[in-house]
Design a protein around this ligand. Sequence first.
Ligand SMILES: [Zn+2]
Length: 94
Amino acid sequence: MMNLNQETMQEVVAEAFDRTESLRWQMAITRAAQELESNPFMHYDGHAVIILRESNEIYSANGTCQCKAFEFGKPCWHRAAARLITRYNERSSH
Ligand SMILES: [Zn+2]
C-alpha cells in the first residue's frame, strides 16, 4: 500500500476524471484510485507503478502495461494508476 495524502490524491483523481470523456478510462481511474488506497501489492519505483498479482505476474505500468486490456488496446487501471501517481508527484513537488 502506498502512503499517499488522500486529499491531494482525491483532487488528482477528480481532475483526471474530468479530463477524459471515455467511460472506460473513467472506470479505470475509479478502480486505480481504489487500488492505490488499499492494494498492498503495488508500489511506485519512481518511473512505473509495479503491481504484483495473485498469479505471480508482475505488471509494470507507465505508458505501457503487460495486461490483456493493454494488449487489446483498451484502457486499464494499471496505466490509470501510473498517470495518477505521476500527477500526484507533480502536485506534491510544487
Ligand atoms: Zn494494465
